[in-house]
Design a binder for this molecule. Structure first.
Ligand SMILES: C[S@@+](CC[C@H](N)C(=O)[O-])C[C@H]1O[C@@H](n2cnc3c(N)ncnc32)[C@H](O)[C@@H]1O
Length: 255
């Protein structure tokens, strides 16, 4: 089943530029997605520094596109929470029991973490940007079932510890192909299911800090995970797919 979710908030004009971007905009031809480029010149250290810089923005702007009007941020966040809750319910239904443990890879400021915590006995929330993690810990101060870890997804090694791995608008920022492969391998071996939210289309082309890939590309990277169900998250001209994927290799992967 595919359900479309469309935010109430409106449309942005087509000539807005992504203010995160200073080079390398390259809308891809033919695939229907806009793909950031110039990744060869962006090191993992530069990406880490960019996230520390973004962590200095106010409120939800820390984890939202700067090219979108700020008035969309609260509505899109609420919409994303609803979609995530729906997919976690679906994963629990597929398992035939409540979720025991969920990994949140790239938790940012923890705007989605309480939703996950309401759906699982235990949540491990990981992020590579210390000030983001600090904000997430504050946001979840009242939640006793959330543990925080500092680190990169691609450096982690899990063997089926989790029922579900959640990754929302994170993998698009893993620009290096080897790191991306490692990150997807880590997610696929961590959990039976992955909830993945990534852009299909960016109304304002993404900056050099992001690269858009199709769900089919992610399926291949996630060890051939099969799609259980998808939802659409559309707002302000941007379109994302939220997918619940079932992974074949839980606990079998090599770190
Ligand atoms: C766009 S924000 C999304 C945060 C959160 N998922 C949300 O939707 O609110 C991306 C987050 O991923 C983190 N991140 C990016 N690449 C990462 C990696 N390789 N490993 C761990 N965290 C990463 C960044 O530090 C940032 O907090």
């Amino acid at each position: 089943m595919t359900t479309q979710y469309i935010a109430d908030a409106g449309v942005i004009s087509g000539d807005l530029m992504d203010t995160d971007s200073d080079t390398g905009i390259n809308p891809s031809a033919g695939s229907g997605i806009n793909t950031g480029t110039g990744t060869g010149t962006v090191t993992a250290e530069a990406v880490a520094a960019e996230w520390r810089r973004r962590a200095g923005r106010p409120g939800l702007a820390r984890v939202m596109r700067a090219s979108q009007p700020a008035e969309l941020n609260a509505g899109v966040t609420e919409l994303t929470r609803r979609v995530l809750a729906d997919l976690l319910d679906r994963a629990a239904a597929a398992e035939g029991r409540p979720l025991r443990s969920v990994l949140e890879a790239g938790c940012g400021i923890g705007r989605l973490t309480p939703v996950i915590a309401a759906h699982a006995d235990r949540v491990v929330a990981l992020d590579m940007t210390p000030p983001m993690l600090d904000a997430a810990q504050s946001a979840c101060a009242g939640l006793s079932n959330v543990e925080f870890q500092a680190g990169r997804v691609e450096d982690a090694c899990w063997h089926g510890e989790f029922d579900v791995a959640v990754s929302v608008w994170v993998l698009m920022h893993v620009l290096d192909e080897d790191r991306l492969r490692a990150a997807c391998q880590a997610l696929a071996t961590s959990s039976r299911y992955v909830v993945l939210v990534e852009y299909d289309h960016a109304h304002v082309p993404v900056s050099r800090w992001s690269r858009l890939r199709t769900l089919v590309e992610y399926q291949a990277l996630l060890a051939g995970a099969e799609v259980v169900t998808t939802r659409r998250i559309d707002y302000g001209g941007d379109r994302s797919t939220a997918a619940l994927l079932r992974c074949p290799t839980r606990g079998d992967g090599q770190c």
